[in-house]
Design a binder for this molecule. Structure first.
Ligand SMILES: Nc1nc2c(ncn2[C@@H]2O[C@H](COP(=O)(O)OP(=O)(O)OP(=O)(O)O)[C@@H](O)[C@H]2O)c(=O)[nH]1
Ligand SMILES: [Mg+2]
Length: 328
């Protein structure tokens, strides 16, 4: 009998130490119990609402999250927070999450904050985050906030998972231009100009407004099918002073509205499931390719031009398929 069943039972009954241990299994994607854990929790875990909070370093994501927790607790929700650190290979000690934890919700049993390393496992946050959401939901947390720092892939991954993605910016950091360049603006459902008590908030807001208009025009023309569901939704731009809780009720109201409005041709749940399977399959493939000795042989042949790269890739895939199953 596995040690997992009692742990899962404790998780469901609200045991925070069990929750922490199960999240570690998920974070370390290679843990042998992970597959069984997911299989055990998946059929019956409640569906949780997922809010993504993204933005450049220091713009106030944790402060916004902290204020959001207060708001959500006021509505009676139990809130799980996953703070993703894309730069660190280990979640270890005093990272983002701990910074929140040390603030107002330290002693609140209805709040659980966890830091997680994006590079801790293959597939990064795209692979780990949906599993963390599953574990937290099974533990009774019905709203899950995922905070990601930086500008890049991790934000796009989180946007794919979240019901609503909030992009936080702050004046005086050239964020709008950066975000637009990185393609972040198009995955954001709500834009927040935080630190609105600082000079330059108005300028950032109008800069954003312009970029949104331009971006929408280009996006709408370039890929009408993909943007179908989203194109109807125009991301609102809100001002907050997170450290004082100002504008946070409005932010949550905007997220609510987005969730009600986001009626694409297919459900969020379906999109999420597709993406989840895809990511698992891809990381399995990457692992197997990484382990394959065949790659070296094929690379040598391609380098010497005795084999063309298309045939080499085909041979690699054929070889992997023959190697068997059970790595996802
Ligand atoms: N003046 C002002 N300062 C703020 C506001 N929100 C956050 N800050 C400050 O900005 C700094 C960074 O805030 P965090 O919430 O840690 O920002 P973050 O985006 O989570 O930072 P990282 O996780 O390190 O990327 C802190 O010193 C906050 O006190 C605000 O609305 N106004
Ligand atoms: Mg933070």
């Amino acid at each position: 009998v596995s040690e997992l069943d009692p742990l899962c039972a404790r998780l469901v009954s609200g045991d925070r130490r069990a929750l922490a241990r199960l999240l570690t299994i998920v974070e370390d994607g290679s843990a042998p119990q992970r597959r069984e854990l997911i299989a055990t929790l998946h059929p019956s875990a409640p569906r949780a609402r997922v809010l993504g909070i993204t933005g450049a370093p220091g713009v106030g994501k944790s402060s916004v999250t902290n204020a959001l927790i207060t708001e959500l607790r006021g509505r009676g929700h139990r809130v799980g927070v996953v703070a993703v650190d894309p730069s660190s290979p280990f979640s270890g000690g005093a990272l983002l999450g701990d910074r929140i934890r040390m603030q107002s919700h330290h002693a609140d049993q209805g709040v659980f904050v966890r830091s997680m390393a994006a590079r801790g496992r293959l597939g990064g946050i795209a692979a780990a985050a949906p599993e963390a959401v599953l574990v937290l939901a099974a533990g009774g947390y019905d709203v899950i906030v995922i905070e990601t720092v930086g500008v890049g892939q991790s934000e796009i991954d989180v946007a794919a998972l979240a019901d609503t993605t909030v992009l936080v910016m702050a004046p005086g950091m050239g964020d709008a231009v950066q975000a637009a360049k990185a393609g972040i603006l198009e995955v954001a459902d709500v834009l927040v100009v935080n630190k609105a008590d600082q000079p330059g908030a108005g300028m950032l807001e109008s800069e954003l407004r312009t970029m949104l208009e331009v971006g929408h025009a280009i996006l709408g023309a370039a890929s009408p099918s993909e943007s179908d569901a989203r194109s109807a939704w125009v991301p609102p731009i809100l001002r907050t002073v997170a450290v004082r809780g100002e504008g946070i009720a409005g932010l949550l109201a905007a997220a609510d509205e987005h969730e009600r409005a986001d009626h694409g041709s297919e459900s969020r749940e379906l999109r999420r499931a597709r993406r989840w399977i895809e990511e698992l399959a891809l990381s399995t493939l990457r692992t197997r390719i990484g382990r394959s000795e065949r790659l070296e042989e094929l690379a040598a042949a391609v380098a010497e031009r005795t084999l063309d790269p298309l045939r080499a890739a085909q041979a690699l895939l054929d070889g992997l398929r023959a190697e068997g199953e059970g790595d996802a």
